[in-house]
Write a protein of this length. Sequence first.
Length: 532
Amino acid sequence: MKKIIPYITASLILIPLLILLYKSQVLKISLVPQMVDDVWEFHLSVRPKGVVKNFSFPVPKSGQGVRVTDEKFKKQGYTVFSDTNNDSIVMTWASKEPIIRRVQYTARIDIKPVKYKVTKDTTESYPNGLQQYLLTPTLLPEDEEAIKLLEGAILEEKETKTSAIRKIYYYMEEEIQRNTDIKTIHETLITGKGSPLIKAKLFNILARRQKVPARIVVMVRLPELKDEAKAKIRFTFANEVFLNNKWIPVDTNRGYFAERPDSFIVLHHNYEDIQNMISRKNVTYKVHAERVRVNKFNRKEYSKEVAKSESFFSTFSLYKLPLPLQTMFTTILLIPLGTLVLSLARNVIGIPTFGIFSPILLALFFKETSLGFGIIFFFAVVIIGIGEKYILDKFYLLAVPRMSILLTLVIILMIGYSFWSADISFISQKHLSFFPIVIVTTNIERLSIMIAEEGVYSTLKTLLGTLFISLLTYAMLFIHTLEMFMFTNPELLLTIIGLLILLGKYKGYRLSEFIRFRDLVKQRKLKDEKKI
């Protein structure tokens, strides 16, 4: 039997890894489901100024990197219709009576970053639909002269369009400082400063003068924090230029060329069409956006992917189970990993714990409740257990009645917590359930026995070791990618068994023993040196 144990262990470790290789390379199945992008809840409320019976305002549109769903309009008796061009949407609200209330628009928006590879552009002519993006505004004579001098300084005579746009971008991004108080082209050319809109306008002019279609894009920047003050959003501006037969995003305010991060929603692709609509002189508006779903794995789509493979794995996939069972196995499949960590900690490192599975059960207790509540409740029960031991020692009771008294005291603690939390609004009662309480109470039995047999110091050291392994396992239970990886590939349980066999065969010194007997090791070295 001893001869075949290495082969069995190697098979247990390697076969699941070969199965993973077969899934990914032969069946072309992903090893974990694909992530679902963050979804933003977008809110827009607008009210016109003055006495008007209709007004218009732009709203987001699905396109490159943007998917708009669940659009809702609170009409409040108004007629709503949309004007859609190739790139943008403008909504119009109309009424027989003057519009005096705010109108509201909400949608869910899924945003992905947009990136382009820009190569040399040799386009000499453009379709008629793009001619409007080549028109330049009439400038003051001194501004015209200043722009000509600027072009002579940053551009060469025979410049490709792509090269010219890049040089204009670098100049605007590096040399024109952002200053929201500067609101005219004339001031910007004199001071080298400008607001985001003025910088976008100046870039537009310089690009169009090089015979490159350009336009100003109206965007909203999504908040990075959940703080309500930060969530108030204002419009910001960037540019798009037509190169390589497509519109390329350019943002001289934040330093993006041929890319747009997923932190921006494009409201309209041509500022010139809507500048009067979004002017504070004509309407008052509020824009709010909040994240409604953090990245999650798309189980439904992955289940379809496995089914299409028509393989053995499609028949025995855990994704075919009902959702309640899927949820249960998602956590359960990480328990063997917790036992692997526990075995490594006890047998190789030498961290003492209460029993074999107590740290794992304690980690499940923390997950079932919450880490903060779990630790506080755990130590409260530990204190009750220690106090109960010293008090009930005087009664000379048998073990079962003692533990029954401890369980009763824990229930009294639960009642006290319930009354306390009921009077405090921010304290939740959701932590109270049968399973976590049973886990903690059973650990106290071991605690009481160990205090009697080995003393308080040794017991506290074991208690801290148990808590350390529990926290390590608890952290592992919240690694979502690891959780989904084990759920998607349950054959890895065989690999864990193989690794546990290896740990079980380990008979060497534990790391803690090197620390514990370091004085003995030093003495032995000194004796060996004297002999030499």
